[in-house]
Design a protein around this ligand. Structure first.
Ligand code: ZN
Length: 199
C-alpha cells in the first residue's frame, strides 16, 4: 500500500518490548493479499517473527475481480500458518462465497475480523458484514472484534460492532477477545500452529 510502513519496519519489532506501562503488546502487521492465490506482501521469513497477522484485501493492491477469484484468494491466505485474522472482508467491491470462505477459515483455525471502523469508513459493507457474521455463527467460526482505530483515542471502542453481533445473537464463546483468558488460549493455539509450520 502506498504510504504503508517500509518492510524494514516489521524487521525492527525486536526493539519493541512485550509489555509497556502495564499493557501487553502484540507485534504484528496487517498484510495485503497480493494475488488470487492469497499470497501476502510480507515474506514468511518476516511473518514468522510477528505475533499477530491480519490478512486483508485493499483496493489499491487487489483491484475488483470475480467472487470466485476472491474466494480462492481468501482461502489461499487462510492456508498460511502465520495468518491469524481475515480482515474486514465485507468489502462491496471484493465479494466472495461467504459460506465456503467461512468454513475454510474455521477449518484453518483463523479468526474473522468484526471491525468497528467499517461503520464509519465503509458503511456500504455493513450488509455483507452481517451476512459474514451470520455465517460465522452458523458454522462456528471464531471472530475477533476490534476498532481498526486508525487513531489512538478510538482503541478498544467497538460499540456498533458488538451491537451488530448482539442483533444476531452471536455466541460470546466464539469471540476470542471477550476475556484475557480466552485471548491467551488463542495465542497459545497460534504458537503451536506456528511451531508446527517451522518444522
Ligand atoms: Zn485494512
Amino acid at each position: 500500500m502506498t504510504d504503508a510502513p517500509h518492510i524494514w519496519h516489521f524487521g525492527n519489532m525486536r526493539v519493541v518490548p512485550d509489555e509497556l506501562c502495564g499493557v501487553k503488546l502484540l507485534k504484528g502487521a496487517e498484510a495485503n493479499l497480493c494475488d488470487m492465490e492469497g499470497h501476502l506482501d510480507l515474506p514468511d521469513s518476516m511473518l514468522e517473527k510477528l505475533g499477530w497477522v491480519v490478512a486483508s484485501i485493499h483496493d489499491p493492491v487487489l483491484p475488483p475481480d470475480t467472487a470466485e477469484d476472491y474466494t480462492a484468494a481468501y482461502i489461499g491466505a487462510a492456508r498460511n500458518p502465520y495468518v491469524d485474522v481475515i480482515g474486514h472482508s465485507g468489502l462491496t467491491r471484493h465479494p466472495y462465497d461467504y459460506e465456503a470462505g467461512v468454513k475454510a477459515f474455521r477449518d484453518a483455525g483463523k479468526l474473522v475480523e468484526i471491525n468497528e471502523g467499517t461503520f464509519l469508513s465503509r458503511p456500504a459493507s455493513l450488509e455483507n458484514c452481517l451476512k459474514i457474521a451470520s455465517c460465522c455463527k452458523a458454522y462456528e467460526c471464531r471472530v475477533v472484534v476490534n476498532s481498526d482505530a486508525h487513531f489512538a483515542a478510538q482503541i478498544g471502542r467497538t460499540p456498533k460492532a458488538l451491537a451488530m453481533l448482539a442483533e444476531i445473537g452471536f455466541p460470546p464463546e466464539l469471540i476470542v477477545n471477550t476475556s484475557l483468558d480466552r485471548f491467551e488460549a488463542y495465542l497459545e493455539e497460534r504458537r503451536m500452529r506456528v511451531s508446527r509450520a517451522a518444522v
